[in-house]
Design a protein around this ligand. Sequence first.
Ligand code: UDP
Length: 452
Amino acid sequence: MAGQEQHRHGHRRRVVLFPLPFQGHLIPMLQLAALLRARGLEVTVLHANLNFPDPARHPDLAFVPIHETLPDEVTSPGNDIVRQLLALNAACEAPFREGLASLLRGQDVACAVVDGQCYAALVAASQLGVPALALRTDSAATFRSMLAYPRLRDAGFVPIKEERLDELVPKLEPLRVRDLIRVDGSDTDALCSFITTVADAIRASASGVVINTFEAIEAAELAKIQHELSRPAFAVGPLHLLAQAPVEQSLYVLDRGCLDWLDAHPPRSVLYVSLGSVACVDRNVFEEMACGLASSGVPFLWVVRPGSVRGVGEEVPLPPLPDGVNEEVRNRGKIVKWAPQREVLAHNAIGAFWTHCGWNSTLESVCEGVPMLAQPCFADQMVNARYVTHEWGVGLEVGEVIERERVAKAVTKLMVGEDGAQMRERAQHLQMQASAATSLSMDSLVQYISSL
Ligand code: UDP
C-alpha cells in the first residue's frame, strides 16, 4: 500500500491531526503524520501555540495554528499535570472547533486523528460530523486501565487507597492497585474525573483508536480493547521504527557530544539514565541517585534536564552534586541536559537504561534490546514498569524509595549480574519481535480512513 494514492473525486483525501503539545505526544503524532503522508494522504496538523512543531522540518505536511489562549497553569513549569490537561482541553476546545470547521469549508477531510487525552477536541470533531480517531501514545494496557475506570471507581479501587495497593486488579492482571495511573500531589478526584472523561469521550465520539504498540508485546490487551469498544483498534507501532523518523525531532537542544563519549567505552558497559521530558525529582532523590551511581562503579550517561530537580531553577546548569561525587562523575560519568536518546540506546556501549518508563522510552528501549531499571514517577509509567518487570521480564524496579545503597545494588545487578544477563537476553528477543513488526496495521488504518 505504501505510496499508493488515496483519491476521491480526483483529490487526495486529507487527514487532520491534533497533537497534545508535549514531547512524548507530539513526536508520535508527527511520526504517524509521516506514515500517513507516505501512503498518499494529505495531512494537516492543527496545533496549539505551546511547543509548536517546526514546519520547516516537515515540508510534506501542512501546519495550522489554532491560536489558543492558555492560562498560566498550563504554561508554568512544574504545575500539576492533571490541572494542566484539564486547562489545555478547556482552552483548546473552541479554537480547535473553529480551526477544523474552517478546514472543512475548503478541503475533503476524511477524518481527524486527535491525541487520546484531548477529549474536548474529540467530541468537537464528532459534533462537526468529522469521523474522529483517538491516537493513544501510551500502551494498550494503560488504555485498557483507563477504559476500566468507571468500573474501578464503582468497585472502590480508585481513587487509590493505601490499604489496597498490593491487590491485583480483577480483569487487568498483572496490574496491582499500585500500578494504576496516579499522579502524586494531584487531587485524586480530579484525576479520576479526567480519566473517566477521556474514557467517556472515546466511547461516545471516537470511531476507532490508533495505538503506538505492536501485537507481539500486547496482543491480549489489543484483542480486549477491540472487544470492549466494538470498534477498530489499530496497533501501528512502534511508530519511531516504522516511520524511520529522523532522530533530530526534539523540543530540546540535543547534546550529541555524548555519542563520542560513548564511542570510547566497551560494549554494554554504560548505564544510560533519563527520566524523560516531564518528570521531576526532589533534591534528595537527585543526590541519592548521584551517590548510588558513583558507588556502583559503573560508567553512566545521565540526562539532567534543566528544571528537573525541584527547587533548582532552570537557569542553574547543574544542581550541586554531593561531596565526593563530583570526582566520580568526572572520572566515570557524563551528565548532559538532553541526549539523542534513540541513538544513545542504539549505541553498543549501552548496557542498560535507568528510565521513568514513559511509553516512548519503554518502546525505544525494547526496540534496541536494552534492559531497564524502572523508576516510574507518575501517570502511565507505573503500568509500563509493571509490564517491563513482570510481563516481559526485561527489567527490575529500582525501588519505591530511592536510596544510594539500593541504587548501587540494583545498578550492579542489572549491569553485571546473572539476572541482568537474562533480562538482556529477553530484551534482545523483544527487539527481534519489534523489528519484525510490520506496517500491516498502518495499511489497514489507511484503508479504513479511505473508506470514511
Ligand atoms: N528523549 C530524548 N532525549 C532525552 C530524553 C528523552 O530524546 O535526553 C526523548 C525520548 O527518546 C522519548 C521522549 O523524549 O521519545 C520521552 O517520551 P516518554 O514517553 O518516554 O516520556 P515523557 O517525556 O512523555 O515523560
